[in-house]
Design a binder for this molecule. Structure first.
Ligand code: G1P
Length: 292
């Protein structure tokens, strides 16, 4: 029997992070801190809050510190305990007890579609989530939780989507879709195109880095040819899935930040810091003193 509960979340994290050089020369972009937490931790916490049990990280060379971050750190814990820093000890322990982390290497950077294919044996024959760690989503109900609720309703793959204005649409996968009469936040997808020019974009509905996919996607990813940028694109794989199954877009509630981009990270830092109980009030006062 095919399991239908979404239990596993895949985090592609093998990319080179060229948009954030020079910081990413020797530090994985997934480990860049947004306020005081690596950006990948926001995604992992979201997946756990949505009910996922296994976190599958697709890594590459130089990415070992991602695994270390989620592992137990005996020396650090012993030191914090000896110094009586119990709140920091608690925080450190909480990170390593978050989830079961499984990592697998993508040996060549052949694209997002290829990265997902690398997880095939770890996923097996069940639906799964994909979280792109660059996309940090601030939402009252975790975005992936919202999507799993939609998946339970429609029983088909679900892609997070958001409207994007102007030429920046060509940085995304874009949906050709129609809203469902019973819930206009859910869009039935007819077609999709990866990184179209503004003229060729079929709509303003851009794919954001959260997906729930059925395992049929693996058969298709095995066969796809290089697409935009010469890479094996996940968007092309999902487009192939449309021949067999229905696919839905979902206009999630929440705000998405592109933390893999310098300007996006700056904006996210300001917004997340202002929301923090410990830092927010004094940060707000500081910002007011700037003569902008
Ligand atoms: C990837 C996907 C694209 C999606 C985007 C969302 O692109 O290929 O379809 O719209 O993530 O962040 P990338 O940002 O890796 O170029």
């Amino acid at each position: 029997m095919i399991r239908t509960k979404v239990r596993k979340a895949v985090f592609p994290a093998a990319g080179l992070g060229t948009r954030f050089l020079p910081a990413t020369k020797s530090i994985p972009k997934e480990m860049l801190a947004l306020v005081d937490k690596p950006i990948i931790q926001y995604g992992v916490e979201e997946a756990i809050a949505a009910g996922c049990e296994d976190i599958i990280v697709i890594t590459g060379r130089g990415k070992d510190c991602i695994e270390d971050h989620f592992d137990k750190s005996y020396e650090l814990e012993a030191l914090l305990e000896a110094r009586g820093k119990m709140d920091l000890l608690e925080m450190t322990r909480q990170v390593s007890s978050l989830a079961r982390i499984i990592s697998v290497r993508q040996k060549e950077s052949l694209g997002l579609g290829h990265a997902i294919l690398v997880a095939r044996d770890l996923i097996g024959d069940e639906p799964f989530a994909v979280i792109l760690p660059d996309d940090v989503i601030d939402a009252e109900v975790p975005c992936l939780k919202q999507m799993i609720d939609v998946y339970d309703k429609v029983q088909g793959s679900v892609l997070a989507t958001q409207e994007v204005e102007g030429p920046s649409i060509s940085s995304y996968g874009v949906l050709d879709c129609t809203p469902l009469a019973e819930d206009p936040r859910i869009l039935e997808v007819k077609n999709m195109v990866e990184k179209p020019t503004m003229e060729d974009a079929p709509s303003k509905n851009a794919i954001i880095g959260r997906y729930i996919l059925t395992p049929k996607i693996f058969d298709i990813l095995e066969r796809i040819k290089p697409g935009a940028g010469g890479e094996l694109q996940l968007t092309d794989g999902i487009k192939g899935l449309l021949q067999y199954e229905r696919v839905y877009g979902y206009k999630f509630e929440g705000k998405r930040h592109d933390a893999g981009d310098k300007f996006g990270m700056l904006k996210a830092t300001v917004e997340f810091a202002l929301k923090r109980e410990d830092l927010g009030p004094s940060f707000r006062e500081y910002l007011k003193t700037l003569s902008l």
